[in-house]
Design a protein around this ligand. Structure first.
Ligand SMILES: Cc1cc2nc3c(=O)[nH]c(=O)nc-3n(C[C@H](O)[C@H](O)[C@H](O)COP(=O)(O)O)c2cc1C
Length: 331
């Protein structure tokens, strides 16, 4: 039987199926179910930077007392941080005791400010790695300033911790590969491509803005597939594919363009966490049927066949396609 084992940011994983940060990984019971069903690793629900900073306004003695035995907590208490984030550290400790698979903590952040020393507490609490979910809604700030901040966050955090740090990005950048290169140079050990943000829609009946579909569809996977292929071929770091991965075929495709692991949650919300065992089974069955010995053997095999093939990743439009469409469809 094919080996699904792999290594992500230096962590040994039983397989490349990682449950992404979501409500499922916000509870010990959900995480246990994922581990039992065969997840390779889990990324915990994100702790929000704003909560860490807001907590600084609620300093109280109970909190200071609960910092005992965790001396680094005092470091950020000195910076004015306190209670809110403590339950998250306790959560990490609890998860660590309940499951043996790698546990990746997650912080949703937008600045390299007061919250950064908290990363050390996340490490002390037992997280195997930290994923930075850097998400900033661009309204009126210069794009270069925003990107410089992304890089600064990664530099500051990697200075604080010795566990590997991954960066989870949204897809809205003018020149994503330049930013990715800067993030890797700043110390990121993995790029998670991509986060999927809430989008909006209009409800015709109420004529109001509403949140659009909460879960992803398979058609969304083509965008990460392109950028995973480009990043995996270019940078000396691991790449996690995320968004629109709903079945074993999509996992195989992402591995073939160089993804180290895949991250997903929509398909687990829709099919239950038990679906992980089906994905694992389907992945093994495909490898066995093709006589391939391991997932590591297929990583990146769709890349670099010929120059022409590789150029597919960087072409947005083909003149020949446009000409063909014009001659095929008459209006
Ligand atoms: C209900 C829900 C909650 C989520 N919460 C987080 C979160 O706290 N932090 C984060 O980085 N991503 C969060 N995500 C994004 C997912 O981790 C994932 O990157 C995204 O949904 C794409 O994967 P999918 O196609 O399987 O949905 C959330 C997604 C969903 C659907």
């Amino acid at each position: 039987m094919a080996s699904l084992a792999t290594t992500y940011m230096g962590l040994r994983l039983d397989n490349p199926l990682v449950v992404s940060s979501s409500g499922i990984t916000g509870q010990v019971s959900g995480i246990e179910r994922c581990a039992d069903a065969g997840a390779g690793a889990v990324v915990l629900k994100s702790m929000f930077e704003e909560l860490i900073i807001a907590a600084s306004k609620n300093l109280d003695e109970t909190v200071v007392a609960s910092g005992e035995g965790r001396p680094e907590i005092y470091d950020y208490l000195d910076l004015g941080m306190s209670f809110g984030p403590l339950p998250y550290l306790e959560f990490i400790e609890k998860v660590r005791k309940h499951v043996a698979i790698p546990v990746i903590a997650s912080v949703n952040c937008v600045s390299p400010n007061q919250w950064v020393p908290y990363a050390r507490s996340i490490e002390s609490a037992g997280a195997d790695a930290l994923e930075l979910n850097i998400s900033h809604f661009p309204s009126d700030e210069d794009s270069r300033a925003i990107e410089a901040r992304y890089v600064e966050i990664v530099s500051e955090v990697t200075r604080q911790v010795s566990i590997p740090v991954a960066v989870k990005l949204g897809l809205h950048f003018t020149s994503p590969l330049v930013l990715m290169g800067d993030l890797v140079a700043a110390g990121a050990k993995a790029l998670v491509l991509f986060n999927r943000f809430h989008s909006v829609d209009v409800d015709l009946e109420s004529r109001r803005l509403v949140f659009a579909v909460r879960f992803s569809s398979a058609s969304e996977q083509t965008i990460p597939l392109r950028w995973v292929g480009l990043a995996a071929g270019k940078f000396d770091c691991d790449v996690a594919a995320s968004t629109g991965i709903l079945d074993a075929e999509s996992i195989l495709k992402m591995l073939m363009v160089g993804a180290t692991v895949t991250q997903f949650c929509s398909c687990l919300y829709q099919n239950g966490t038990q679906y992980l065992s089906e994905l694992k089974h389907d992945l093994s069955a495909w490898l066995d049927s093709e006589g391939i010995a391991s997932v590591d053997a297929i990583r990146g095999i769709a890349l670099g066949h010929t120059e022409d093939q590789a150029s597919l990743l960087t072409r947005f439009q083909y003149v020949s396609d446009l000409e063909e469409a014009a001659s095929t469809y008459t209006f």
